[in-house]
Design a protein around this ligand. Structure first.
Ligand SMILES: [Fe+2]
Length: 462
């Protein structure tokens, strides 16, 4: 009788222990049960309306803007004229009917294997007023096209501002859904783009006509609000077999960044301040080892971040450091080893990455204790560490990354194999509301969300 009672107790204890264990193992990690239908994401044909060439001789196309200086008083306007150089002038002003100011830019052109680009114009407009709507026109003297943008408020700690985050967009029907879904969120004022733009390199000979079609596709957003560019692997276009040995050639000619303003020596890593955020852009595909230009720039950049002025420190990089999908697994590891201690030291709030074609958000964790001999190589909770978000779910031709490592690592807070975009809505110096929106849901629905409290201004427990 006593024996049976002891056995019953033991079984109960074992059951209890395994329950506690499994609860511990699953703590915080959610793998969404929702999964978008799997299947190829097909590129939209070149005669699709989204790629339409604007009418008129030599009409400017592929219009896009990005921040042109550190603080947001300047905008770089870029566009392509297909037939002849035409004019690099931008007319602009605060009245729709009176574009009373003028700036002259420059144009460039490049060849890639058997492709020759149109005339790519870049014009930096400086000394703009903060928080002001400007109208602008390009194609002066030929076919004029008009657009507008709004400058950000002056940099300051309590300035609310809303960023959209998009990555790995491509030009499929799913890409179009992602962009339309993003546009339906009227609050978002600037896109933080985490790399991999056109996927032209998936075409024979890296058909650069797909760089043109992509820029025409996104013009409906990029002409009206700045996209802050990060370079991904699909921007490399390094193809010695075609005689193309200069990495990033098409990207570099088409998409300027204000890198000199932040003392960077190359367009692929730089920083901007916008409202209450300091945004650092890094390049996964440029050297970042000790003593390299990127390493030395970041080493000098991080101490310059003034959290009293810009409480929110955001990093953009293409290849994620924490990724529990079976795609691009550990590709971000070497950069993590180089830079993660700094991110913890300087309390980076959030790191947005792309590359993996799915969605994932981490807890605040770090993995910086390992020293080769001590075996401390498991990520641990760390309130000084950033949240890592993979948002490579724009919907490009390569399809979804649906295969995950199992079990879900304890550092992973939420993951889902769906296409979508994210919104980072800064309320003030202490709070920001983050949401991820899967394409299948309406604008108001958040597939994942998190309130960020700023550790510089509030204790982490708040
Ligand atoms: Fe990528």
């Amino acid at each position: 009788m006593e024996l049976r009672k002891n056995m019953r107790n033991s079984i109960f204890l074992i059951l209890l222990a395994s329950l506690v264990l499994s609860a511990t193992r699953c703590k915080g990690g959610v793998t969404s049960t929702y999964r978008r239908r799997l299947g190829a994401s097909v590129d939209m044909p070149l005669d699709s309306d989204v790629f339409r060439v604007p009418t008129g001789y030599n009409a400017p196309q592929q219009v896009h803007i990005t921040q042109g200086d550190v603080n947001g008083n300047a905008v770089i306007v870029s566009w392509v004229t297909p037939d002849e150089p035409g004019s690099s002038v931008v007319l602009y002003g605060t009245s729709k009917h009176n574009l009373d100011k003028m700036e002259t830019g420059k144009h460039t052109q490049y060849k890639y294997y058997n492709y020759t680009s149109g005339f790519i114009h870049h014009c930096t407009i400086r000394h703009l007023k903060f928080d002001t709507k400007y109208y602008y026109a390009v194609g002066i003297g030929q076919t004029v096209r008009k657009f507008w943008f709004k400058t950000p408020p002056e940099v300051g700690p309590d300035v609310p501002y809303t960023f959209g985050i998009i990555g790995d967009l491509g030009q499929t029907y799913d890409s179009n859904t992602t962009l339309s879904h993003y546009e339906s969120n009227r609050k978002a004022e600037t896109v933080l783009y985490v790399g991999d733009l056109s996927y032209a390199d998936n075409y024979p000979d890296h058909d650069n006509n797909r760089w043109d079609s992509w820029a025409r596709f996104v013009e409906r957003s990029t002409a009206y609000q700045p996209w802050i560019w990060t370079a991904g692997n699909h921007e490399l276009d390094f193809e010695p077999s075609l005689g193309e040995k200069e990495p990033f050639k098409p990207f570099k000619h088409r998409y300027l960044t204000p890198y000199r303003a932040s003392d960077s020596t190359a367009p692929f890593w730089y920083s901007v301040k916008r409202a209450s955020a300091h945004i650092i852009v890094l390049s996964s595909y440029s050297a970042y080892g000790k003593y390299t230009p990127q390493y030395r720039w970041l080493e000098e950049e991080l101490p310059k971040v003034n959290r009293s002025e810009t409480p929110w420190l955001i990093v953009l990089v293409h290849s994620p450091w924490y990724n529990s999908y079976n795609y691009h697994y550990m590709e971000g590891e070497t950069m993590r080893v180089m830079f993660e201690p700094w991110f913890v030291q300087y309390k980076v709030d959030v790191v947005f990455a792309g590359h993996v074609h799915a969605y994932e958000r981490s807890h605040r964790i770090s993995d910086i204790a390992y020293n080769i001999v001590n075996k401390n190589c498991t990520p641990v909770p760390n309130e000084d560490a950033p949240v890592y978000i993979t948002i490579g779910d724009g919907g490009n031709i390569e399809g979804l990354a649906a295969n995950m490592t199992e079990p879900q690592p304890s550092y992973s807070a939420y993951r889902e194999a769906s296409f979508g975009h994210a919104i980072f809505e800064i309320k003030n110096r202490t709070h920001a509301h983050y949401t991820w929106h899967r394409n299948q849901d309406g604008e108001k629905v958040a597939g994942d969300e998190e309130w960020f409290t700023n550790r510089h201004w509030l204790p982490a427990s708040n």
